[in-house]
Design a protein around this ligand. Structure first.
Ligand SMILES: [Zn+2]
Length: 261
């Protein structure tokens, strides 16, 4: 137990040093890891690790190519913030806390599906942004610049399916489970990612940069404040991510209860 706690502490510290996470982000990740370990043991931590390590590596991958397409927030340079950690891991954290209070196998399914959604979403945006073709915005019903929420490309959709599948497969390897349950997790992760796209398209705030004449999700672009053109003022990318991971988790929980009737 001490070894695993030491491992979580070391990885959190390393994440701060490597600027994968900010210092508050790294402290949040440590607490998240601790609660997950208490609820789902080391196997639960591996699920978190698969999400965190693949997502971070994909974010760094071909970063120079993505720079033009994605507005780099100052926080992106400093690493993922505590808010971003909770946006991706908050729903999973709730499932872990519920399992500690009222143990039931359904919490582990919801936990894993929340990370399947977060993984699908991150893979879709980090790989999808490299698509040669411009993505299609599902609300505006036209092609838009790469990197905007609510836009889909075939490459991004394929990446989302692959990300959800990796978590489903990890679950199958780590836990004594049926193929059907692992499939439920994969499907829920993919559907959760679709929910993320829909929320992103309809509710998330979009801004316009007067310098480069582009739509962006950043309040600051090209070193200047941007103007909000649409979206609901309190709907941020973090809230959209949190809601979609919650939905992915609930779909898997519902399917699990249904197939076990
Ligand atoms: Zn700009």
């Amino acid at each position: 137990m001490e070894i695993i706690l030491g491992g979580i502490a070391l990885l959190s510290l390393l994440s701060a040093i490597l600027k994968w996470l900010t210092v508050p982000g790294s402290i949040t990740a440590f607490i998240l890891g601790f609660i997950i370990f208490k609820a789902f043991d080391w196997q639960g931590l591996v699920i978190l690790g698969v999400f965190f390590i693949t997502s971070t590596l994909l974010t760094k991958w071909k970063r120079d190519l993505k720079r033009d397409e994605k507005a780099l927030h100052s926080e992106e340079k400093k690493g993922r913030s505590a808010g971003q950690v909770l946006a991706n891991g908050g729903a999973a954290l709730i499932a872990a806390a519920c399992h500690t209070a009222i143990p039931n196998p359904v919490w582990l399914i919801m936990y894993t599906a929340a990370f399947a959604t977060a993984t699908a979403d991150t893979w879709a945006s980090e790989i999808g942004v490299l698509s040669k073709k411009k993505p299609f915005h599902i609300k505006e019903w036209k092609t838009v610049d790469r990197g905007l929420s609510g836009a889909i490309s075939s490459l991004g959709t394929f990446a989302a399916a692959l990300g959800a599948l990796l978590i489903g497969f990890s679950f199958y390897i780590l836990f004594d489970t049926s193929f059907l349950v692992a499939l439920c997790i994969t499907i829920s992760g993919f559907v959760g990612n679709l929910a993320d796209t829909v929320f992103g398209a309809w509710f998330e705030q979009k801004f316009f940069c007067s310098m480069c004449k582009k739509e962006t999700e950043s309040r600051v672009h090209c070193g200047k404040k941007t103007t909000r053109i649409y979206g609901v003022s309190w709907v941020s990318n973090n809230l959209v991510n949190f809601t979609s991971t919650l939905i992915g988790g609930m779909i898997a929980g519902g399917l699990y209860i249904w197939i076990n009737q």
